[in-house]
Design a protein around this ligand. Structure first.
Ligand SMILES: Cc1cc2nc3c(=O)[nH]c(=O)nc-3n(C[C@H](O)[C@H](O)[C@H](O)COP(=O)(O)O)c2cc1C
Length: 344
């Protein structure tokens, strides 16, 4: 591990990541499978495990599955736990507001299991399994955790949606930062207020403000856009939506279909599914939830979990979360290798 740290001091960012091409397969919790991550790693880009919703032991099993499929490096992505204030009345109201949607799916009532973060034990698993890179979103780990990971030689990548967040990420001693533009699919990584800055504005402002490598993310759907971001000073790009409909993706078949059929301007930002802003394909669930009480993250996510799984089981995409970025209309099917090849 000591030698890993020394080697990094004289390397380019891509060399530091141990990859051939300046591309990171976006971590996508609930979508990434071991086959998906390994296929990305085998294609010469950085595969990333979306471990945000996993327990520590599930994270370990996932890592071991990826290792069976590839000897190339990959990252594990974690969600920084949040302690948002919530009272029982708020939770009851949000639960009540979801009842009409539940009835549309034939659910009379359901029990919402409140999830607990396994973050600290996941960090230990990353170190024990000798994973070389850890990325995270929704905040910055505390100094104790950062030092623990760095002492183990793990390279750290944070996420920022504003210049202020990028400065905070660098100040905490993190090695690189993802500039997540408002075009990006999935949850916003915001942790200081909430702003939706497009990548064209965000990337230069972050590059100017920090000295660590900056990774561009949000709406990058083809080789020209990738090259454009590199020319503007990004060290690499992070791509999610373009890989959603691949064979190795764990997205539900109807989710993949919705991605492949999506037209331009079909995505919106919504808090309806989780209590946190996220971009996805607009559907009936999002429309019904406008103006309706929503519990703060992660409680809303726990409340809607059963609805989303029931909708998936019944084949009702109008009530599923179809996370996707603004360039979703450019997504195509194929293998991870085939799609990545188009970017190189
Ligand atoms: C389905 C989906 C799930 C995502 N899950 C995560 C996640 O678990 N962790 C994370 O850091 N980012 C996550 N993201 C955001 C990506 O890291 C990245 O910012 C985004 O995919 C880039 O924009 P694009 O989708 O337009 O390529 C997710 C994105 C999508 C589309």
């Amino acid at each position: 591990m000591e030698s890993r740290k020394k080697e990094r001091a004289i390397m380019t960012f891509i060399d530091m990541l141990g990859i051939k091409h300046p591309i990171i397969q976006a971590p996508m919790a609930g979508v990434t499978t071991p086959q998906f991550v390994a296929a990305a790693a085998e294609a010469g880009v950085l595969g990333s495990v979306g471990a945000g919703y996993l327990s520590a032991e599930e994270t370990r099993d996932f890592i071991r599955e990826v290792k069976k499929l590839t000897g190339n490096p990959f990252a594990v992505n974690l969600f920084i736990p949040e302690n948002n204030e919530m009272n029982q009345e708020q939770l009851d109201q949000a639960y009540l507001a979801l009842q009409p949607i539940g009835r549309k799916l034939g659910m009379s009532s359901w029990k919402a299991h409140l999830s607990e973060s396994d973050f600290d034990r996941q960090v230990d698993v990353i170190i024990e399994e000798d994973v070389p890179i850890c990325s995270f979103t929704f905040g910055i780990p505390n100094q104790k955790t950062i030092q623990k990971l760095k002492n183990a030689g793990v390279l750290l990548i944070g996420t920022a949606t504003t210049k202020e967040e990028a400065i905070a990420v660098e100040k905490a001693g993190v090695d690189a930062v993802v500039a997540q533009g408002s075009e990006a699919g999935g949850h916003r990584g915001s942790f200081i207020g909430e702003e939706h800055v497009p990548l064209a504005v965000l990337l230069p402002s972050i590059i100017e403000a920090v000295t660590i490598p900056v990774i561009a993310a949000g709406g990058i759907a083809n080789k020209e856009q990738l090259n454009h971001q590199l020319l503007r000073g990004a060290e690499a790009v992070q791509i999610g939506t373009a890989l959603l409909a691949t064979e190795e993706s764990g997205a539900h078949p109807l989710y993949k279909q919705a991605v492949l059929e999506a037209a331009e301007n079909s995505t919106v930002l919504t808090k309806a599914f989780s209590g946190k802003s996220a971009r996805g394909i607009r559907n009936e669930f999002i429309d019904i939830m406008v103006g309706i009480p929503i519990a703060p993250y992660p409680y809303q996510n726990d409340l809607t979990k059963k609805i989303r799984s029931e909708a998936a089981a019944l084949g009702r995409p109008e009530f599923m979360s179809l996370w996707a970025g603004e360039s979703v209309h450019e997504s195509a099917c194929g293998t991870v290798k085939e799609i990545i090849k188009k970017f190189i």
